[in-house]
Design a protein around this ligand. Structure first.
Ligand code: AMP
Length: 216
């Protein structure tokens, strides 16, 4: 299954993408994660991307399209993939379509996780991630048993550098202006599936799976 996850920052793309990857045995590919790894490793690409990321702006299309092209060449994508955070504007969506057309494996589903804007703010400011195993928490809605520590592995919980109020506002603005037009783009292609992204994480996942069952 070849899937794009669409949704604002904080809509749950990462959480649901991880579950989908486990269920279908296909990789979840997050450009945000790939970029953060490059920043942490202080590569040339990471240095180029850092300023835009810190400001809540989009990193240049050349960089992210290049990252995706490389990643989709890996053998573990043969049976499909879940793209999380890519594409984020029309130019990226068109580049992706062209890339997939070349290999005769077009995108099958664009899954929109729909969440109200006021809920997103709370989700993003409360978000914490285990620096060891990547498990996600929210200090308001799903806190760890011991403050600052991961329930699963005891690792330290950290806040993403761009999860502060000012950058969050900017990221939501960028989503509205640049990424939301993709909803119409995929609707016109007949690939858009929209699901209600509020409420219990398990219920949301069940709704997603029901939608995907109709797609081969
Ligand atoms: P995310 O983890 O998806 O919220 O991404 C974090 C940040 O990485 C974004 O605010 C952007 O600065 C950058 N980023 C991630 N994916 C993309 C993309 N497809 N295009 C441009 N910038 C991106």
């Amino acid at each position: 299954m070849r899937i794009v996850l669409l949704g604002a920052p904080g809509s749950g793309k990462g959480t649901q993408g991880k579950r989908l990857a486990e269920k279908y045995g296909i990789p979840q590919i997050s450009t945000g994660d790939l970029l953060r790894a490059s920043v942490a490793a202080k590569t040339r690409l990471g240095r180029q991307a850092k300023a835009a990321m810190d400001a809540g702006q989009l990193v240049s299309d050349d960089i992210v399209v290049g990252l995706i092209r490389e990643r989709l060449n890996e053998p573990d994508t043969a049976n499909g993939f879940i793209l999380d955070g890519f594409p984020r504007n029309l130019a990226q969506a068109e580049a992706l379509d062209a890339m997939l057309d070349e290999i005769g494996k077009p995108l099958q589903v664009a899954l929109l996780i729909d969440v109200d804007f006021d809920i997103l703010m709370k989700r993003l400011t409360g978000r914490r991630t285990c620096e060891s195993c990547g498990q996600m928490y929210n200090i308001y809605t799903s806190p760890p048993k011991v403050e600052g520590r991961c329930d699963k592995c005891g690792g330290r919980l950290v806040q993403r550098a761009d999860d502060n109020e000012e950058t969050i506002r900017k990221r939501l603005e960028v989503y509205e202006e640049q990424t939301m037009p993709l909803i119409a783009y995929y609707r016109e292609q007949g690939k858009l599936h929209s699901i209600e992204g509020e409420g219990d994480i398990d219920d949301i996942f069940a709704r997603i799976v029901t939608h995907l069952e109709g797609v081969q």
